[in-house]
Design a protein around this ligand. Structure first.
Ligand SMILES: [Mn+2]
Length: 424
């Protein structure tokens, strides 16, 4: 299904009066509105190929129908999202769930939808049908050198596929670790992992980045070999200047101060990018901003402050990706909600009065500092986000138009009720 530009224009026309009323209020409230709108237009969030279908849980899966059955249909789905919000201009692929048999035709198809390829993701947390050795006891950390070699070669193969598609980064997430005390020699597991990562790093093209994601627990529940930002940082420091830590919001122990982690990684030039989602208990992979929007804002507050302090380009110097899964919602609707939540947090962070905040901090004026942040968070910036979309050619309300045009019903008609996405 392809959206017609006229459908978007007609929808915007029908909703313009209400939008302009809200916009004129917010632009009178926020001094740098125009600069914020421009930054929002430039900001793109990559959509993961594995979030386009129903993820389910380990108990069950309830597909909603019309899911993408191939890499081509996944690109088509991200193209739909991008047409609606003009902020989802990239797709992040997972190998071997997404194999491009003919990379050039896949690249051309993506370009037709205005999409680029963001980080490619390797997978050594599952066994594939044709693989010789099992990753049951880990991949890059494995005590068996032949298994480590297999995992290294897989990562190098992912880099090769990424090069064909024009991707510029590899994300490595390892499920390696142990489930019981005594199972693993922590130091040897670290050393094996480091040596394996060094071989993968050596295969990176000069203009590529390696993102090393961490996760405190699951599927291993006693130890994880890259468990937190400190451990990821320890590896990427040793690997070199093309290696960075990737922060997935759902991969921390409860109550971790993620905004502080982000600030310090940025300060040291070792923050590579993000996997956005939200959670209440663990790696719940819920819609970004659905549960803890203030935390998301505080993270963006540190990002904006830290990127500006280093003279970084907000849109291109870090990898912005969603990593989510859906059990009860339409995956495409959920992704539209996530992008909206992220854009709002970013817009609010851009509206923070940095000069006044620094002055309050220097005067130890705790109350004023808190007021400045809470004032930004409590300001309704939805009209600014909508205005950025409008100017970029998207829909004033992506979700509204998605329902209006009965996108899911059309996808079910095209692909069938039983169409199931490849991946998780
Ligand atoms: Mn992730």
């Amino acid at each position: 299904m392809q959206l017609d530009k006229n459908q978007i224009a007609q929808y915007n026309e029908d909703n313009l009066a209400g939008h302009q009323r809200k916009l004129s209020y917010i632009t009178s409230e926020i001094a740098n509105s125009e600069a914020i709108i421009q930054k929002l237009i430039d900001f793109q969030i990559a959509i993961p190929s594995w979030a386009l279908g129903t993820g389910g849980t380990r108990f069950g899966r309830f597909p909603g129908g019309g899911e993408p059955r191939s890499i081509e249909e996944k690109i088509e789905d991200v193209g739909l999202l991008h047409a609606l919000n003009q902020s989802s201009g990239a797709i992040s692929l997972h190998i071997p769930w997404d194999i491009a048999a003919n990379p050039q035709s896949i690249k051309d198809l993506a370009a037709q939808h205005g999409l680029k390829f963001d980080a490619v993701n390797s997978n050594t947390f599952q066994d594939q049908a044709d693989q010789e050795f099992s990753y049951k006891f880990g991949s890059l950390q494995n005590v068996n050198k032949a298994i480590r070699k297999q995992a290294i070669e897989h990562n190098i193969e992912v880099i090769k596929q990424g090069i064909e598609l024009g991707s510029k980064s590899l994300t490595v997430w390892l499920s390696d670790g142990s489930c019981f005390p005594g199972q693993l020699n922590f130091r040897k597991a670290y050393q094996n992992t480091l040596e394996s990562l060094e071989e993968i790093y050596a295969a990176l093209p000069a203009d590529w980045k390696l993102f090393l994601e961490y996760k405190c627990a699951e599927p291993n529940f006693y130890s994880t070999t890259v468990a937190d930002w400190g451990q990821s940082y320890s590896y990427v420091q040793k690997l070199g200047e093309k290696a960075f830590t990737l922060v997935d919001l759902g991969h921390h122990l409860p109550n971790a101060n993620i905004e502080q982690i982000v600030s310090l990684l940025l300060m040291d030039g070792k923050l590579g990018g993000f996997h956005f989602n939200d959670s209440k208990y663990g790696d719940d992979d819920l819609t970004a901003g659905a549960l803890k929007p203030y935390q998301l804002f505080l993270i963006f507050n540190e990002l904006v402050e830290g990127m500006d302090a280093r003279g970084m380009n907000h849109a291109s110097d870090l990898g912005w990706m969603i990593d989510a899964s859906h059990n009860v919602k339409d995956p495409l609707e959920d992704l539209l909600q996530s992008v909206e939540g992220i854009m709002m947090a970013y817009a609010q962070a851009l509206s923070v009065d940095r000069v006044a905040l620094e002055e309050a901090q220097n005067n130890n004026d705790v109350v004023t500092a808190q007021e400045i942040l809470q004032n930004a968070f409590r300001t309704d910036v939805r009209a600014l986000v909508a205005e950025a979309r409008l100017r970029a050619g998207g829909a004033l309300s992506p979700l509204g138009l998605f329902r209006n045009l009965k996108v899911r019903e059309n996808l079910i008609k095209e692909r069938g009720l039983k169409a199931i996405s490849t991946g998780l």
